[in-house]
Write a protein that binds this ligand. Structure first.
Ligand code: NAI
Ligand code: MG
Length: 367
């Protein structure tokens, strides 16, 4: 089987963690009969330095046709004063927008060896394995009208200004992300919880109706429940293992996925995937990236934890290449290395010990 990959290491620790992913890719190539057609490109500050733009048209075109894009991280203090239009983050946003990656998958999985790193008690998180599906291309971050306007005609408004954003969802936007969630649930434990605030938002009422519609018409076999998102936040912290797949909108998903992340420990452990519509070959448009950023405070020191990026590649194996067994094997390798007590600096507990480097962690996982 042959898979095309575009690797965009980006800035800061991005290239360091991506180098370890390349070792993993090479291993699967050599040992599991997979062949990878890999091209590499620049994104973020690295692309700005070379081409004056955080993403070239050429790289954008390439991203549209490969089976999967793997991205490291973008940004850094060097670029903080750049004009908004060429900031490193724009490269990432352009990829998401032009590839129309509407389903953002954020797993929250607690590895037993790290359960004591959780913000919660071990009893609450041990064995946790949930998947939050966040709608990524619409909702209040994009809806019109938006802006900051003067409100001069309103004498009762101290300061005289008004800030506006609009939560807007079409039924089609809700249905397509709902389908993603139901498909994922079928590969897992057949359970979806949809979160909105239908009690106070019309867009929430539509969300609930459309998710239910997709369920009743296309996925009646999946167990669907609905929950108000504020209660969802409480339940995530009270008893996160009651969930399997959670599907929610862009704003609630932003908050809930960050909260869920802290159930599992370090930022250096968290993968993500962003999926769009199926391409002609049946594979979805897809980009995989760690949740963390470019970590300028540790960049260039060999301290970064490559696991988030490696687990992102495991998601690529599962969701783009349909290699579920290989993905599980890779996750088990990570679990084993952690159980053996191998730790990068971010995973050192109060008991101390000697941390391994980025490269050593990668080597141990490959081994
Ligand atoms: P960050 O995620 O880069 O770092 C936050 C803290 O976590 C730092 O102390 C860092 O050392 C640590 N950390 C992050 N990843 C780690 C890893 N793999 N191993 C060990 N420690 C790790 O977030 P921060 O500091 O807010 O942002 C730094 C830069 O990254 C900024 O320019 C920001 O805009 C950018 N950024 C980029 C993202 C992306 O490319 N998707 C996401 C978040 C931030
Ligand atoms: Mg966020």
């Amino acid at each position: 089987d042959s898979y095309s990959l575009l690797i965009l290491p980006g800035d800061g620790i991005g290239p360091e963690v991506m180098a370890e992913v390349v070792k993993v890719i090479d291993w699967f190539g050599a040992n599991r009969g997979m062949s990878f057609d890999i091209s590499e490109g620049l994104v973020g500050g690295a692309s700005y330095d070379a081409h004056g733009t955080p993403l070239t048209d050429e790289t954008m075109v390439k991203a549209q046709v490969v089976d999967a894009v793997l991205l490291g991280a973008v940004g850094g203090p060097k670029y903080d004063l750049l004009d908004f239009s060429v900031k490193p983050e724009r490269g990432l946003l352009r990829l998401r927008k032009e590839m129309d990656l509407y389903a953002n998958l954020r797993p929250a999985q607690c590895f037993d060896a790290l359960a004591d790193f959780s913000s919660l008690k071990r009893e609450v998180v041990a064995g946790l394995d949930i998947l939050i599906v966040r709608e990524l291309t619409s909702g209040v971050y994009f809806g019109e009208p938006r802006g900051i306007h003067s409100d001069d005609n309103n004498p009762d408004n101290e300061g005289g200004r008004v800030g506006i954003n609009t939560q807007r969802y079409t039924s089609g936007e809700i249905r397509r992300v709902a389908r993603s969630a139901f498909e994922l649930a079928r590969r897992r434990n057949n359970k979806v919880c949809s979160m909105e605030k239908a009690n106070v938002m019309e867009s929430g009422i539509l969300w609930r109706e459309e998710v239910q519609w997709v369920h009743d018409n296309e996925y009646p076999d999946v167990d669907l429940t609905h929950m108000y998102a504020d209660n969802g936040a409480m339940q995530l912290v009270r008893n996160p293992r009651q969930f399997d797949v959670i599907v929610t909108d862009n704003l609630f998903g932003d908050l809930l996925s960050d909260a869920a992340a802290m159930l599992t420990g370090s930022l250096g452990m968290l993968p993500s995937a962003s999926l769009g519509a199926p391409m002609a070959n049946g594979r979805p448009k897809a980009m995989y990236e760690p949740v963390h950023g470019s970590a300028p405070d540790i960049a260039g020191q060999g301290k970064a934890n490559p696991i988030a990026c490696i687990l992102s590649f495991a998601m690529a194996l599962r969701y783009s290449f349909d290699q579920g067994q290989a993905a599980s094997d890779l996750e088990r390798a990570v679990e084993k290395v952690l159980a053996d007590g191998v730790r990068t600096a971010d995973l050192m507990g109060p008991e101390g010990g000697t941390p391994v480097s980025t490269a050593e962690m990668g080597d141990r996982i490959v081994a």
